[in-house]
Design a protein around this ligand. Structure first.
Ligand code: GAP
Length: 461
């Protein structure tokens, strides 16, 4: 195995991630040829695969492994009364402060107390800060040809409400009984005052939300159940447990609908920040929708004949924010035989490409054998065929996009039908029969444990 040394001590920076993800086709600035749009990002070939894998893993965890959780895909645009009932029209605001001199805009809680006293702008230094005013974070638009108040609608700021307004439909058609859950993944929009740190906080983002409907007397039990399950999800996704923690909301942090809330936080390069919220929303949402729609949203227990408004335990994860967590957590650097090696240590189950397939050279029939092998493997794994450049360079390119396995066809293959499998984390190479490539990879994915080496991967061994 190649010799590794000289591990640099610092952790990954956001600049490093932005640059690698652009260079390797994960994430591009939106409408870049026009100069970009602040805080909007596009997912390239690698990014879209990674995002899809994270989403699929969540969907599997929720709907496939729990027979009492069903899926939903509600429209982004909803009746405007939904947002009055939910409390968003009234409460979904940030206190906003402007500087009249430099025109910069701040959330009040981001301005140091000293500056608040003197109205001094933290950016330009002029004493020209305005008083805080409420700024609603919902984007509005108009439906229909006339831009009047009658056509005013909102882009949903969370996917959750689409679930609440469909709760009765699902109950009547989904053959579900309390306790049960509804899961949904989709876009949400918030006119955030400050967007920075890449894809951490953007105006357009994706959420993976699950609303679990329960008897009110069981809220503590189910809250704890989902709190534990949700932390485990990130560990199973390959995130290092020491980078994850819970944060309980204090009384001044609780959302208007929540009785109890815990965030799962991740230690980003810019500090510990929320990745997912787990909320006990009580019967707030269904009561409000009952009141505003005039429809009865109560539940009748067929055994006890008790009628009640269910409580809801919500697990609300940011999909695009999880992509950032996965990228930041996977990034690793080490020096191998005098050269820097950048490696994304994605868990193989979510890596954008699972297997790289290479002929050592294009000629002498090796490319044909490699193509055939690639065609077989792609039935089960996401494969990438590459025949150009030195083999070492091809390996390094795959390290940078986090491909956990590379298979090389060489002259010996023609003699004994064996190939080399090279493992991303250890760089170890083993020779196996071609027929054994699939089973070997399958086994490695199942038994995968992150290697502890490099700058961001823990201790160098
Ligand atoms: N339905 C509850 C709800 O939306 P939230 O804490 O406001 O709760 C849940 O949002 C998750 O959505 C957050 O933990 C975060 O991961 C993600 N999220 C929220 N705002 C975001 C933004 N502007 N950009 C990216 N992700 C965001």
């Amino acid at each position: 195995m190649p010799e590794k040394s000289d591990v640099r001590a610092e952790a990954v920076t956001m600049d490093t991630l932005v640059s690698l993800t652009k260079r390797r086709g994960f994430i591009f600035p939106s409408s870049e040829i026009y100069g970009g749009l602040a805080s909007a990002w596009d997912y390239g070939p690698m990014g879209v695969e990674l995002k899809k894998r994270i989403q699929e893993f969540w969907w599997r965890e929720m709907t496939q492994l729990n027979d009492n959780i069903v899926g939903l895909d509600a429209a982004i645009m909803m009746h405007p009364r939904v947002w009055e009932a939910s409390g968003h029209v009234e409460n979904f605001t940030d206190p906003l402060i402007d500087c009249k001199n430099c025109k910069h805009r701040f959330r009040a809680d981001q301005i140091p107390e000293e500056n608040m006293k003197t109205h001094k702008c933290p950016d330009c230094g002029a004493n020209q800060l305005t008083e805080a005013r409420k700024f609603n974070l919902m984007f509005t638009t108009h439906m229909g040809p006339v831009e009047d108040a009658g056509g005013l609608i909102y882009l949903r700021p969370e996917t959750a409400q689409g679930i609440y307004v469909n709760y009765k439909n699902v109950l009547q058609t989904g053959r579900v009984k309390i306790p049960f859950g509804i899961a949904q993944v989709g876009k949400a929009f918030r006119n955030e005052i400050t967007t920075k740190n890449f894809i951490f906080r953007t105006c357009e983002f994706e959420q993976m939300e699950m609303q679990f409907f329960i008897h009110p007397s069981e809220d503590a039990k189910w809250f704890e159940h989902w709190r534990g399950k949700r932390l485990q999800y990130y560990i199973d996704l390959g995130i290092r447990p020491e980078k994850l923690r819970f944060h309980q909301h204090g009384p001044d942090e609780l959302a208007h609908y929540a009785k109890l809330a815990f965030d799962i936080q991740y230690e980003f390069p810019f500090g510990w920040k929320e990745l997912e919220g787990i909320h006990n929303r009580t019967d707030y949402d269904l009561k409000r929708h009952t009141e505003y729609s005039g429809k009865d949203l109560s539940y009748l227990d067929e055994v006890s004949h008790e009628r009640y408004i269910p409580y809801i335990i919500e697990t609300s994860a940011g999909l695009t924010r999880t992509v950032l967590v996965v990228l930041a957590d996977a990034y690793d650097e080490e020096v191998v035989e005098g050269e820097k090696r950048v490696v994304m240590r994605f868990h193989p189950r979510i890596a954008p490409t699972t297997v790289g397939v290479f002929p050592l050279v294009k000629k002498d029939g090796l490319a044909e054998i490699a193509h055939k092998l690639s065609d077989e493997l792609c039935e089960e794994f996401r494969t990438f065929y590459d025949e150009s450049g030195a083999i070492g360079r091809r390996y390094r390119r795959q390290d940078e996009v986090g491909t956990p396995f590379c298979v090389t066809v060489d002259y010996q293959t023609k003699e004994d039908q064996t190939v080399t499998i090279r493992f991303r984390d250890s760089m170890e190479q083993v020779r196996v029969k071609m027929a054994e490539v699939g089973p070997t990879i399958r086994k490695s994915i199942k038994e995968y444990k992150r290697a502890s080496s490099g700058t961001n991967g823990g201790k160098q061994t």
